[in-house]
Structure formats: C-alpha cells, structure tokens
Design a protein around this ligand. Sequence first.
Ligand code: C2O
Length: 611
Amino acid sequence: MNPLITRLRLMRQALMTIFSKYRDIMGVFPFSSPAIVGVFLFALITSSLLPELALAKDAGITRRYKFDIKLVRMTRLCHTKGVITVNGKFPGPLVTVREGDNLLVEVVNHVQNNISIHWHGIRQLRSGWADGPAYITQCPIRTGQRYMYNFTVSGQRGTLFWHAHISWIRATVHGPLIILPKPNVPYPFGNPYKEVPIIFGEWWNVDPEAVISQALQTGAGPNVSDAYTINGLPGPLYNCSAKDTFKLKVKPAKTYLLRLINAAVDDELFFSIANHTITVVEVDAVYVKPFDTDTLLITPGQTTNVLLKTKPYFPKANFFMYARPYATGQGTFDNSTVAGILEYELSNFSPFNSTSTKNLPFFKPALPPFNDTSFASNFSRKIRSLASAQFPAKVPQKVERRFFFTVGLGTNPCPRNQTCQGPNNRTKFSASINNVSFVLPTTAILQAYFFGQSNGVYTTDFPNNPITPFNYTGNPPNNTMVSNGTKAVVLPYNTSVELVMQDTSILGAESHPLHLHGFNFFVVGQGFGNYDPNKDPAKFNLVDPIERNTVGVPSGGWVAIRFLADNPGVWFMHCHLEVHTSWGLKMVWIVLEGKLPNQKLPPPPSDLPTC
Ligand code: C2O
C-alpha cells in the first residue's frame, strides 16, 4: 500500500483514539470551560500523538512545560483567600512524560515568596541541580526570577508528583507527575479502560505560611488544616462544600486505574471506596505484586496505583470514597473526612434508564480508627516488589556501610526574654535524626560542595549511630534537648548502604514517613520496639522487598532499608510530615563522584539561582 495512505490512516486512527480518550477524561475531570478544554485537548494531542507517530520507538523526546507561580483568589468552605498556585490551579497542572523523555520546566516566580520545585521520586541521575529542595540543591527562585528545571526520566514509570520544596508552600503548589511506559510497552497488570489521577491535599482557611511561621516563633505545635481535599475539592461532609465534591463517573464492568497521590502537608491518610475492592499494582512508581484490599494507607510523599473494577451491572446506588487521617502523635490533628462520589453512568440500553441517578441510595465506606497502627503495619507488610524478569528487584545483597538513625521529636530551649508554648511551656518543639536537628544553611549545599566551599556551610560529621544510646521506645529520657547543626554523611560512589530508622518515644511515639531524594530504597525489614541488630537481620526480605522513595517508620518501631549510592550529588532525607521537617527532622547524604565520566555530576546550569 502507498506509504502516504498508511500514514494518513495511522494518523486518523490516532486522532480517533485521542478524541475518545479526551471524551473519557472529560467525564471524570471537573472541567467545563471551553478554554480549559482547548488547552487540555492541545496537551493531549501534543503528549499522545507526537511520540507515537513522529518519533523513533525508543528514544525519548523533550517535553516542555511552563509553570507561572501566581497568587489567585480561591474559595473553599466559604473562606476566600489568596492561594499560591502554578498557573492559577489547585491542585496544579498534570505533567505527563514517557520513560526516557527529557523534561524542561520553566518556572517563573510572580509571587512575593521564594519558590523552588521538587520532582518527588524522580531519581535525577546526574541531574541533582534540578532536584529542587531549597538550600539543599539550589537557592530559591526569587520574586521575578526564573529557573529551567532540566532532567531526563530514565528507568522509572508510574505515578509520582511534583511540589514546592520550601517552607510550607507545597500546601497549594503541587500536582501529579505521570511517567508512562515507553511506547508499546504494556503495563504488567493489563490495560485499564481509563486512568484517573486522585491527589489528596489539605485546605487551610488561613495562609499556611503564617501557620508555620507563628508556630516556629512560639515553639508550639502548628494549627491544623481545616479540610482534606480530593483533586482540590473538600466534599459534602464540610461546611459550604457540597458543590465542591469530586465525582468519579464510571461505566459498569470496566477497569479503572486510579493514580493516588498524598500531597497533604501533615497527614497520613486512610482511603476506601464503599462496596468496592481495589487492587494495588504500583507504589512510588515501582510495580508491586498485585493484592486486593478494601482500605489503603498512604503517607505524604507516597503514591499508589490501584485498579478499580466496577460492578458488572448498573448497581442502582452511589458510593462514597473517603479519606481521613491515620494519626499517632500526641498533638492535635485535623480529624475530618474528605468524601468524593463514585457514580455509575446510566447507559442508553440500561433498563433503569427511567431512574434518575439523583435519588439512588448512598453507601459509605468503613475506615479504621485514626490510630490503627496494626492496620498500618499489616498493610505495609503486604507490599512486595513485582520482582519479575522484566522488572527485577535489585536488592543490595551485601552491605558496605551500616547506619542506625533515631527519628523523633525533642526540644530546644526558649530564647531569653521570650515566652514559649512548646513542651512544659518553657521550650520549643524540635525534631531530630540521631539527636541532630538539621539547620538549613543560607546557601545551597550542593553548590558549596561542588565548588569546594563547604566551610561555614556544612560539616561532614553526621553521626552514624546515636551518640548516647537509650531505650528508644521505653520511658523517654529526662533530657529531651536536641543539638542543632548542618551535618552530612559522605558516601563514596557506589557504596551499598543499610539504614535502620528507629522511632523514639520522646514526646510520644509517632509514625514518620521518611523520604529520600535521589534514590529508591528497598524496605528489607520492619518491626515494633527497639531494633535488635543480632536477631532482626535474620528476618530481612532480600528477595522481593518493596522498592520506594518514602517509607513509614512505624510508630514505636523501626524500619530497615537498603540502597546503592550510585547517584553523585547532595541528597536530602527528611520526614514528609512538613511540621517535622520544619522542626529539623532532616539530613543530607553527599554521594561522591566515581572515576568514570558517567559517574560525575556535570557543572550547574547557568541559570541556577544564587543566594
Ligand atoms: Cu516530597 Cu523532599 O520531598
């Protein structure tokens, strides 16, 4: 056949697929304005049509996005306020790439606050300058300035997200980051009928920046959010919010891929859909051995892909999906519930066509109690790497460096001539790793390291083990004071690392979702109480442990992880409960360069912001 005709046919086919995709997505997205539709259609065409038709099968392409950071007025719960957004949207725009693509995102800061953007879970192989945490890998983008994030997504596919990485600005500056498999590479779990990003967040009636700055001033625990949101919408269980409800419209007998993202600032969340079982197929952009569950737990910083199989026939009912917190600490938390609605569409052939979907009964899901730590522990034990021939689990079998880090809360003294509202009303809340509460420097650590100017910026004496061992999960010590410093661990290139993170009972045992930049790690073991270096390693799973970027250190327990330090640069590790990060539960790993040219970090881009 004439090759031109073949091409035209292919193009027509592709266009039809796109239009059907577009129609499907419109069914689930709360968009209606024609302008947004136009932009969306354009985005779909550029993102779906070009790679399949115009390009070689394997080589990635370059995808460009522009993020204008701007303040817009927004109303939820009958409160209107200025919200820092990307392109005026909360949650922010969906970024879609394919494995192997190069991503160029130009970020322009039009607000008074400093900004930086982090691509959470992206390995950033030899592109640490684009990682984003302020004062770690870059200085912030100041008002009126711009920075081009430039990196290649390799060896990863699945759901991640992007978010601001400075103070608490990520409360409203975040959005999904979806990495599709390479062209013509199928998902290991089959092709879903439709894919839907579901991003959890919080709504604050006041400015979250004011909340954290006041808390750091007084030393007290910060105020909590006023609502949780699904795709920016709080739902009918809150004041004034019935019209702001996320609706997932589905057809019977289809499989939907829900891409769940917890972008909340301070809250781990349980999630469930009434009368439906979901199948977990991927976490943190790593495929898992599929398992069924009615309820899942997702910490801030984690992402979870699930398959939702709809009922075989129109069920004559609507179903709520709920998310509400898993909270283990002693402080207050936002004990409220976000609800969305799973609604079955009536088909033209349905015998119930005369029934309106309006008057159908609603079913509610049952969620565990807010402090259900045994649910948390059982759920995390179920998650195993797929560990197939195509997607092997490359668990480091031998360990070159072992680390034992305590993670938990503590106190700092109240400055003279000030009153404080932290513990005992004479201290300030703090948090630490191995009793070091990390202090952000005033210049970026990666820059200081790269140009050999560490003096006065950071030191390399971060303790490998607690300096004063104690019964970590027993009665807390009388002295709860932390030390403060900017300390790093230095690792030679390609070191295989084992790290045990131990929760402490100081000011209350608490679950801590620890996130590591620049790497995925394998979760080889976990347990309650104090880690026992003589007995516990025998129980480690070195065959198919889950590989991820954020793991919950169990409340009153420990978790053991392994990773290979094969990515030169400066890599942040911190609790993804932002309140704990603000209090100092963070540190950095510096991974040295290897000998070969492809084991070195290239020099910074010329537009890297300076401090
Ligand atoms: Cu999702 Cu350091 O962050």
